[in-house]
Design a protein around this ligand. Structure first.
Ligand code: PRP
Length: 206
């Protein structure tokens, strides 16, 4: 699992614990998701590829760097909650939404929204979804992005089940996974244990 990065940052662990707490209110839940997304962005961009860039300072020329075009792909709905935190650190990203919901009986992802343009406009994509349960939603989204022609893809989430990690690394072994924690297992209805419940519902109060 050389491309699975589980955050060891003390702030991530502290905030994840608050996020899991059943007594955390919707407003605090949303703030924590945003803050966690920011912290994980810092960690997941450590190997970002850069291009040369020259700028004029008041004292002369500086030979610096700039990042390549990055795309964010929040998986609707719950991925939306992470977008703002990522954009606080990467304000120039392009954001492309993909809507999938998980059929409650089959646990298979069902696509309901996709507005990607015909040709890829970014070199690197970061897929956002707080929960990696069976991995079906992440695998389907990344398959869509590869068909679109994206060269490099990362997945960023807050909590994963071992089952989701196995599936994603098997189907898309080239995709780096950045995650806050890997939990114990999936229960019989496909929820991560101990997890945090339904991230979309807790985020949006539904
Ligand atoms: C949840 C979650 C992930 C997906 C994870 O979304 O936000 O998108 O399930 O499960 P998987 O790894 O087994 O595919 P859900 O389908 O509940 O939709 P929502 O985000 O609209 O609540």
């Amino acid at each position: 699992m050389s491309n699975v990065f589980v955050s060891k940052h003390p702030l991530v662990q502290h905030k994840l614990t608050a996020l899991r707490d059943v007594n955390t209110a919707h407003r605090d839940f949303r703030s924590l998701v945003r803050e966690l997304a920011m912290l994980l962005t810092y960690e997941s961009t450590l190997d970002l590829q850069l291009e040369e860039k020259q700028v004029s300072t008041p004292m002369g020329i500086a030979h610096g760097k700039k990042s390549r075009e990055i795309g964010l792909i929040p998986i609707l709905r719950a991925g939306l909650g992470m977008t703002d935190g990522v954009m606080a650190l990467l304000p120039s990203v392009q954001v492309w939404h993909i809507g999938l919901y998980r059929d409650e009986k089959t646990l298979q992802p069902v696509e309901y929204y996709n507005k990607l343009p015909n040709d890829p406009t970014v070199q690197v994509c970061i897929v956002l979804d707080p929960m990696l349960a069976t991995g079906g939603s992440a695998v389907a989204t990344i398959t869509i992005l590869k068909r679109w022609g994206v060269e490099r893809i990362k997945f960023m989430g807050l909590i994963a089940a071992p089952e989701g990690i196995d599936r994603l690394t098997t189907v898309h072994p080239d995709v780096d996974i950045h995650i806050g924690a890997i939990d114990s297992h999936l229960n019989e209805i496909g929820f991560i244990v101990p997890g945090l419940g339904d991230a979309g519902d807790r985020m949006f109060g539904t």
